[in-house]
Write a protein that binds this ligand. Structure first.
Ligand SMILES: *[C@@H]1O[C@H](CO)[C@@H](O)[C@H](O)[C@H]1NC(C)=O
Ligand SMILES: *[C@@H]1O[C@H](CO)[C@@H](O)[C@H](O)[C@H]1NC(C)=O
Ligand SMILES: *[C@@H]1O[C@H](CO)[C@@H](O)[C@H](O)[C@H]1NC(C)=O
Length: 414
């Protein structure tokens, strides 16, 4: 205690006030009602606290980095309630160990487009770029505060930063935060495992604002959160394995999506063991969606590609309520390919197998005269796709699906 105070007052932690803590319990988040695929390793109790100073409008990044340095390895970095912090510098937080970031205040990222485009962290996946990268071992972020990405200034700009970059994190809990105005996706979860996201409030419609994109990550839980956005609510990208999603309320989105997979020739994309349980989906283009590219070359919606291989396996969507959703369930092996004959001639090299869609209810928007669509490029490319208890209607009452090369029992095909 005395030594730490001495260090703090002797100027070694200029941006932070350091205090010793005793009798702390480790931060935890209960995962439920479905259990995670694998247990989430417990945190350790933290033994010191570093309160981040605020410069009152200037770039607070140096203060934050000082506090992180002083409290990494067993401490809590505290952003004070009611205080507005400004971040104008890309923060490399990828080597954290046993630390909590307690965000009680508000953090706003600056609107310096040129700076962020040059210095944001690039992730070698699509054009993903993040304001910061959070990684390491046993890191929790919580506190009831806000992260604001200043998304409005990014209109028409590319690339645009992702608000929250979880990169190479092994063990962590991200909880009780408001995330708003992301310039791009709200979360990129990459090269990570054993991470729980819970009780998050997400809102923003600035372009492709996916709630979460998981990529090359295992044993991730996303639960009990509200998402009001303009693109996928959650998107499982290549290498997403053992992912549990439950208790989400999504509005305005493109649904909960696997893929798209097989976009890049020469790559093998695998998504397996996904459980999506108890999700409400309103005002969205899709509810549950699985999309793979054909084996040939396709283009549309500003995207092009196809020819990659891989598999989507053991994916369950259970208990989804839809309201004003254009298509409750969409499975396609012909993503961005309108010409069915061409898609069948070059069938997708990404197989789709052991898929269960169960317990869907509600009404669609009526934009389409079907409630969903199922498209396999070849009968062999899709195996064991089961739809059960699907009680979704179009406003006119129709329950029909549009079907290509597949006709599961339990649905009627138009
Ligand atoms: C479903 O999710 C909602 C919203 O998060 C939650 O309030 C409700 O308790 C959940 N129900 C079940 C059965 O898990
Ligand atoms: C398939 O997913 C379920 C959860 O939906 C999981 O319990 C099961 O272990 C997975 N199967 C395999 C073979 O991993
Ligand atoms: C869906 O959109 C309608 C009209 O735009 C709006 O009134 C309603 O509140 C939205 N529902 C949700 C759950 O966001």
């Amino acid at each position: 205690m005395h030594l730490l105070h001495l260090l703090a007052t002797s100027g070694l932690a200029l941006g932070a006030t350091v205090t010793q803590l005793t009798g702390q319990v480790a931060f935890d988040i209960a995962v439920g009602p479905k259990p995670p695929f694998k247990p989430i390793p417990p945190s350790t109790p933290r033994t010191k606290e570093c309160v981040v100073k605020s410069g009152g409008g200037g770039d607070d990044t140096p203060h934050i980095m000082e506090a992180v340095k002083a409290c990494n390895g067993g401490g809590k970095v505290v952003f004070t309630r009611g205080v507005k912090y400004t971040v104008g510098t890309a923060m490399d937080l990828s080597k954290l160990e046993h630390v909590d970031l307690v965000i009680n205040g508000q953090i706003t990222f600056t609107n310096d487009v040129a700076y962020w485009q040059k210095h944001g962290f690039k992730h070698n996946f699509q054009d993903a770029m993040t304001f910061f990268q959070l990684g390491g071992v046993d890191v929790n972020v919580y506190g009831g505060g806000t992260l604001d990405g200043n998304g409005g200034v990014w209109k028409g700009k590319s690339p645009r930063p992702i608000l929250f970059g979880t990169i190479g994190l092994k063990g962590g809990r991200i909880s009780d935060l408001t995330l708003r105005n992301s310039p791009q996706w709200f979360h990129l979860v990459k090269d990570s495992q054993d991470v729980v996201y819970s009780d998050l409030r997400i809102s923003g419609h600035n372009g492709n604002t996916d709630g979460w994109d998981t990529y090359n990550s295992r044993n991730i839980v996303i639960q009990n959160s509200n998402i009001d956005n303009g693109d996928d609510c959650v998107s499982f990208k290549p290498g997403s394995i053992d992912i549990l999603v439950q208790g989400l309320v999504c509005s305005g989105s493109h649904g909960i999506s696997v893929g798209s997979l097989g976009q890049y020739r020469g790559k093998t994309d695998i998504v397996e063991n996904i459980m999506v349980y108890n999700v409400s989906m309103a005002n969205a283009s899709n509810g549950a969606r699985i999309k793979t590219w054909s084996g040939g070359h396709s283009a549309g919606g500003g995207l092009e590609g196809g020819g990659g291989s891989g598999r989507v396996a053991n994916v369950t969507y259970e208990n989804m309520r839809v309201s004003k959703v254009d298509s409750a369930i969409e499975i396609t092996q012909c993503y961005m390919e309108k010409d069915m004959a061409k898609c069948k001639a070059n069938p997708s090299k990404v197989t789709i197998s052991n898929i269960l869609m169960q317990g869907f209810s509600g009404t669609t928007s009526g934009k389409k005269n079907t409630v969903g669509s199922l498209t396999c490029a070849s009968a062999a490319g899709c195996k064991n796709i089961v739809l059960k208890d699907i009680n979704v209607r179009a406003p006119g009452g129709s329950k029909a699906f549009s079907c290509n090369n597949i006709h599961p029992s339990g649905v009627s095909c138009a």
